[in-house]
Write a protein that binds this ligand. Structure first.
Ligand code: A2P
Length: 327
């Protein structure tokens, strides 16, 4: 992807990246390979997705063969909710770097505003009702001070947050040496979070839109957690399809172009060669002002990833996600 968003520290982030949640090691190795062939340079991962080693193998191959230069890659990974504590920041990024076979990441994000406990074997701790045990001692400001050290030591070029609310971002902005460069949040036509997006933009905190296509893959997590959810199919919205037809593009391309035109970054996930290419091929058409207005008027405040498949996290004091299906 040759289009970039300049961050508040001058670093440049490609506006389209490949999302890698919900894919097996084998799928992701093929997908990242195909993505790099197609021209993706921005790869979004996290230890929670369980695929950093697989991604690392592909990156190593590409770098060793001289097919890509490290400085042309943009690799994002995250501090997981099991390690969202100040003393775990450095060892956790070092473990990710080792798995990714890299010396630094381009962006390191605090993955969630909440923290959970695990056992020594890495499994989650549950209470008698089967809810995950939350660690209420989370202190964003103290954790952020450790994140800042990663920039100073060169382990991360930029640092940011993910799934943070406006109030949580504001708290960091008021208590930091290095301002967060990025907030990665769920964002698509049905969940536009305008207040949060406008605030972050005004404060020069770049927004990355996850689940830009509606994250159909989340269904399996919901099912595994016994949740019955009728999720919307964004690519099947009549008006989106009409706009796509008018431009000879696909609904996915319209949804992505609308996000980029709003100066946000999008990280669509795909493991399919054709769709991967399609999701990067969004720069040869323009949405009219009227079409943008139509898409922007679709907001329904429908959160697809409300973490309810992760039963118990709602007890954490920093948990802010409303579950519109049951609340
Ligand atoms: P697949 O991996 O088989 O392509 P999100 O990025 O919002 O999480 O959405 C990802 C989901 O959308 C995945 O199920 C993915 O399936 C599918 N998807 C990704 N790109 C496209 C596309 N261009 N057209 C249709 N479906 C897509």
């Amino acid at each position: 992807c040759t289009k970039f968003l300049t961050l508040n520290n001058g670093e440049k982030m490609p506006v389209i990246g490949i999302g890698t949640w919900q894919a097996s090691d084998e799928e992701i190795e093929t997908a990242v390979d195909l993505a790099l062939e197609a021209g993706y340079r921005h790869i979004d991962t996290a230890p929670v997705y369980g695929n950093e080693k697989a991604i690392g193998r592909v990156l190593k191959r590409w770098l060793d063969e001289g097919k890509v230069k490290r400085e042309d890659l943009y690799i994002v990974t995250k501090l997981p909710p099991i390690a969202n504590r100040p003393h775990e920041v450095e060892p956790t990024i070092r473990a990710s770097l080792s798995d990714l076979q890299l010396d630094y990441v381009d962006m390191y994000l605090i993955h969630t505003p909440f923290t959970v406990f695990i056992n020594e074997d890495g499994s989650f701790q549950f209470d008698a009702e089967g809810r995950v045990k939350v660690d209420k001692s989370t202190n964003h400001i103290a954790t952020w001070a450790e994140m800042e050290k990663l920039v100073e030591s060169g382990l991360a070029k930029s640092i940011g947050v993910s799934n943070f609310s406006k109030e949580q971002v504001a708290r960091l902005l008021n208590n930091c040496k290095i301002r967060p460069a990025n907030n990665q949040i769920e964002h698509h036509v049905y969940l536009q979070q305008r207040d949060l997006v406008d605030y972050c933009k005004a404060e020069n905190v770049a927004i990355t839109a996850y689940s830009p296509l509606g994250s159909k893959g989340i269904a399996k997590f919901n099912e595994a957690a016994g949740l019955v959810r009728e999720l919307p199919d964004l690519m099947d919205i009549e008006e989106v399809k009409e706009i796509a037809t008018a431009h000879g593009k696909t609904p996915a391309q319209v949804l992505l172009r609308w996000i980029i035109d709003n100066d946000l970054v999008a990280i669509p996930k795909s493991t399919n060669a054709v769709r991967l290419k399609q999701n990067l091929d969004v720069f040869d058409f323009e949405l009219s002002a009227e079409e943008v207005e139509k898409l922007s008027a679709m907001d329904k405040n429908i959160r697809i990833c409300d973490f309810s498949f992760f039963r118990g996290v709602e007890q954490h004091p920093e948990f802010t996600f409303k579950n519109q299906f049951t609340d």
